[in-house]
Design a protein around this ligand. Structure first.
Ligand code: MG
Length: 342
């Protein structure tokens, strides 16, 4: 096996505003693992709040010596990668994703089949509305009007106004994501009741990622499910969600990839937690990797490709209405456009 990688800047279709800031690009690293005449594609998406820079990710990837391994030994390779250095979750995910793509191609099977996942009962993906001006919200809702479910970002002090704005243009089903933006637990509980009246499905990450105390208080009283995002990253975190959240949003860039995400799903189910599969702004590579796990989820938020305008791959599994379609192509079922080289 031979590993190669290069930085890639994801151009966002709209400046991405949420409780923690606004940005117009997301740094990413595109990874290739070559084996005989096959290539496995991987990706690390590095939004700033993950605190993992492109330079750090590249430095980490440069340290990896995977040539000696047999690609079929995914667990062994990922154990080695994880032990090289702590952190670097997205860079580790890029290796995990490329390996799953490669091994699927070696076995001539789609990833989900290789993982024993049946492509049935797949939830639709939501489309994210970030904290925008009224005209931008209107434009997004018109442009992406086929999506059946929305996820509305809150947490900047104008929560009710945003919901009311979205509802004035659309009567679609929606969830909300406060992105750690709420501070007062009584405000959060009032909002939970109000959002329930407005038809919301659930609330994601109401408080700061370390504020488990107020979250547990809210979860006990809330009429809507409370779902962890930033609070829960890897397998070791899942047990902490019990009694604090109703469920967890698993993202490959947090979990270090598919291999650990599957373990997180199994443990979360044991603990009676709901499962959401989410993504960052990502190309069809990482989104297609996350989509392999979609049949195991209660909810999916895999709109990453619709948030960028320079996807270098074909094969996005998420259709324009949010339906996730897992095809018969081997591996992740994506292809690199010719303009992209390694
Ligand atoms: Mg979130």
């Amino acid at each position: 096996m031979k590993l190669s990688f290069s930085p890639y800047t994801l151009q966002l279709r709209y400046p991405f505003a949420l409780a923690t800031g606004t940005r117009t690009t997301t740094p990413a690293i595109l990874v290739q693992i070559h084996h005989e005449n096959l290539i496995g594609y991987g990706e690390a998406s590095l939004p700033p709040y993950l605190e993992e820079s492109a330079e750090e990710a590249i430095l980490f990837l440069s340290k990896l010596k995977i040539e000696k391994f047999n690609p079929l030994n995914i667990a062994e390779i990922l154990k080695y990668v994880d032990e090289v250095e702590v952190g670097h979750n997205a860079a580790k995910a890029s290796i995990d994703i490329a390996l799953h793509d490669l091994v699927g191609k070696i076995l001539n099977k789609p990833c989900y089949e290789m993982l024993g996942i049946e492509p049935i009962n797949i939830p639709y993906s939501s489309y994210t509305i970030s904290i925008d001006a009224k005209e931008v919200i209107k434009e997004k809702l018109e442009k992406f009007n086929q999506f059946k479910i929305l996820k509305i970002k809150l947490g900047k002090g104008n929560d009710k106004e945003l919901i009311t704005t979205v509802k004035s243009f659309s009567n679609k089903i929606f969830s909300v994501d406060a992105n750690q933006g709420w501070i007062d637990k009584h405000y959060a509980l009032d909002m939970a009741y109000w959002l329930k009246e407005q038809g919301a499905l659930f609330i994601e990450q109401p408080f700061s990622k370390n504020n488990f105390e107020d979250t547990a208080w809210l979860t006990e009283k809330s009429p809507l499910p409370i779902i962890a995002d930033e609070s829960i990253k890897r397998l070791e975190d899942v047990k902490k969600a019990k009694g604090v959240f109703h469920g967890i949003n698993i993202k490959l860039m947090k979990s270090t990839g598919i291999h650990e995400a599957l373990k997180m799903i199994a443990l979360a189910r044991e603990l009676n937690l709901k499962i959401m599969i989410g993504c960052m702004t990502e190309t069809s590579c990482a989104v297609s990797a996350a989509a392999q796990l979609a049949p195991l989820a209660d909810w999916c938020d895999l709109d990453g490709v619709y948030l960028i305008n320079n996807d270098p791959f074909s094969g996005n599994k998420v259709k324009e209405d949010g339906e996730i379609v897992l095809g018969e192509w081997p591996g992740l079922g994506i292809a690199s456009f010719n303009s992209i080289s390694n």
